[in-house]
Design a protein around this ligand. Sequence first.
Ligand SMILES: NC(=O)C1=CN([C@@H]2O[C@H](COP(=O)(O)OP(=O)(O)OC[C@H]3O[C@@H](n4cnc5c(N)ncnc54)[C@H](O)[C@@H]3O)[C@@H](O)[C@H]2O)C=CC1
Ligand SMILES: CC(=O)N[C@@H]1[C@@H](OP(=O)(O)OP(=O)(O)OC[C@H]2O[C@@H](n3ccc(=O)[nH]c3=O)[C@H](O)[C@@H]2O)O[C@H](C(=O)O)[C@@H](O)[C@@H]1O
Length: 463
Amino acid sequence: MSDSTSQGAPALYGSDVSTDEQRDALTGGEVPIAVYGLGKMGLPLASVYADVTGNVTGVDVDPAVVESISAGENHIVGEPGLSDLVEEVVDRGALSATTEGSTAAADARVHVVIVPTLVDEDSKPDLSVVESVMADVAAGLSAGDQVILESTVPPRTCRDVVAPTLAAESGLDREEFGVAFCPERTSSGRALEDIRGAYPKIVGGIDDESTRVAELLYGEISSNEIVPVADATTAEAVKVFEGVYRDVNIALANELTKHAEELEISVLEAIEAANTQPFCDLHIPGAGVGGHCIPYYPHFLIQMFNADSRLMELSREINDTMPTYTAELALSGLAKHGKESAGSDVLVLGLTYRAGVDELRATPAMGVIERLAGAGADVTAVDPITDTTEPFEDAGANVVSLDDVREGSYDAVVLVTAQEAFEDLEIPALAADDPLVVVDGRQALTELQNEHGIYYRGIGINA
Ligand SMILES: NC(=O)C1=CN([C@@H]2O[C@H](COP(=O)(O)OP(=O)(O)OC[C@H]3O[C@@H](n4cnc5c(N)ncnc54)[C@H](O)[C@@H]3O)[C@@H](O)[C@H]2O)C=CC1
Ligand SMILES: CC(=O)N[C@@H]1[C@@H](OP(=O)(O)OP(=O)(O)OC[C@H]2O[C@@H](n3ccc(=O)[nH]c3=O)[C@H](O)[C@@H]2O)O[C@H](C(=O)O)[C@@H](O)[C@@H]1O
């Protein structure tokens, strides 16, 4: 097998030099790496790869993203350490950025793909972005290259979509290049810590050599254990199973919170007590399950395979009722105090899918706003960490700033996402009348439970 391409960069896949020599080449900056997708996950990942290998080209379709990174700037909010790391690796030439995917592919020996894998309006997995990146990679793929997919995908994607597509579009035989799935087990807000080794790194290749190269790569990226599994399909399943586990368990917590309401107990207290023994890990009930991960991953199994998935489907259904349930706690609170829904002034706190992350896909806030506006309430919304307002205005909300909120007065306040900036908000002072209805969708306002002039309903607390 050729050990170098026309560019002379050493191959890793199928190379006949020792693994130690390959490791030295990798950490010595001799192995050019391309990372496709420079978003919440891709920019931290590309930056760590650059920090370790010194030779990374990041690829993104968004010229503004490429421009900011090329200037050594970090466009992702809320990631400790990322701004300094981006500035440092760009400054020393270890990381550069481009919109030209196929050009970057031609020069790279390792291709790391971490672009969005979404679902369409029928909840069917949408791999179009991954497929478009693979077309770029194929255009520049050489014998001896390794492709790493980190985007979460339906199991069998590497085996049945990525590898055949790369072979067909590059003209190479399937045995001439490596493909491995190496799931990104990272949470926004702690991306660098997670990528560098908070948890073991799962790797699975379409063949043993692909797995070996993935182990070599992540052995240098992560300080934690590298866990090779039987194949890429197993690795893809590991990631999806982790996400489905979370969605199902959040649904259980959401169902238990409704039992707790009937039992007149705090489900949060019961959950915390139940979790004191190691065989129980009840999750936390809330205003809904958002983001482009947890609500999407179950569909990577439900929609793609024939096996019975009633539990996953029902869990999705339960979680998707929570935004409406949250809004109706406010509407029933208003009615209990003689206020019509129509014409009531309701403030929604938080629009992103979870605190500190500027991501709006599948955000529970949308369902809350739709139900309130649908009942005729005058809805005001605020979220200091996102600049996006249009979708929420289209749904019937007037999106304002925190300063505007402080000037306003409301019949009800609904907290959907507990942004840090809300901690300074004097919520009782926002009351238009006595009482102010407060719905706490994230157990973030519990101090208002027994406050005079407040009618408090907290999901997981007393609802
Ligand atoms: N966000 C998270 O917490 C986690 C996400 N993941 C996986 O990582 C994937 C990416 O997630 P994020 O980084 O959060 O998404 P993101 O939406 O923050 O960033 C995606 C980036 O890819 C770029 N992009 C889109 N099409 C492209 C193309 N054809 N070529 C190159 N770049 C392109 C976009 O411009 C954007 O900058 C997710 O779909 C998910 O499967 C895995 C673990 C955690
Ligand atoms: C298994 C797991 O913990 N996965 C994490 C998850 O991160 P993500 O950013 O999607 O956040 P998340 O904490 O799962 O929250 C998702 C949604 O669910 C809600 N949520 C979360 C936990 C909970 O007990 N109750 C609840 O209602 C959140 O408010 C949010 O709307 O999905 C990421 C991913 O796979 O993309 C993954 O890397 C992260 O480690």
